[in-house]
Design a protein. Structure first.
Length: 171
């Protein structure tokens, strides 16, 4: 009987630890670790990861791309035109993170800044952008329209080398 009680206690602790790990808030630190985000998508050689805070108020997103140039996450659209975009680069430790709006096949800087936190970090030929922002403008019914891209240069107005769009679940 005692062995059974110990086994049930161990299993309960294992299930609790598993659920706790899945509901942890991502850390916006420039590196994406296994299990840090609730959802992960691989598109065009890039990895895009998403989570929403337990209260539904904060959206966490990360993009890892095989580049030493800029990376970008666009939200609220499946194309550049009208998308809210965060474009970032890390040029030997000099970082640029810009909130922009897609206009046609280009973009312009936003007057209003909404990022709660953000970081871009380049390492070993890859660049990672992590952001946190209010979820209410972009998450609807547990889904999110997004575009992701990267370029080969650090200049955020240079042409992309790869891009993708996705209708993503954040649940």
């Amino acid at each position: 009987m005692r062995k059974f009680a110990i086994m049930v206690g161990f299993l309960s602790l294992s299930v609790f630890a598993s659920l706790s790990a899945q509901t942890a808030v991502p850390v916006v630190d420039g590196s994406v670790t296994a299990g840090e985000y609730a959802r992960s998508y691989d598109k065009s050689g890039m990895t895009f990861a998403l989570s929403v805070s337990s209260d539904g108020k904060t959206l966490y997103a990360a993009l890892e791309a095989p580049t030493t140039g800029w990376v970008s996450i666009g939200l609220g659209s499946l194309k550049m035109d009208g998308a809210y975009m965060v474009i970032a680069s890390d040029n030997a430790g000099k970082t640029t993170i810009s909130e922009e709006t897609g206009k046609g096949h280009g973009h312009r800087a936003n007057a209003t800044k909404i990022l709660i936190s953000s970081i871009v970090r380049e390492s070993n030929g890859k660049t990672v952008l992590e952001i946190a922002l209010p979820a209410n403008a972009y998450v609807s019914g547990g889904n999110l329209q997004a575009i992701i891209a990267y370029g080969k240069k650090d200049a955020i107005n240079s042409m992309h080398a790869a891009f993708a769009s996705l209708d993503a679940s954040v649940r």
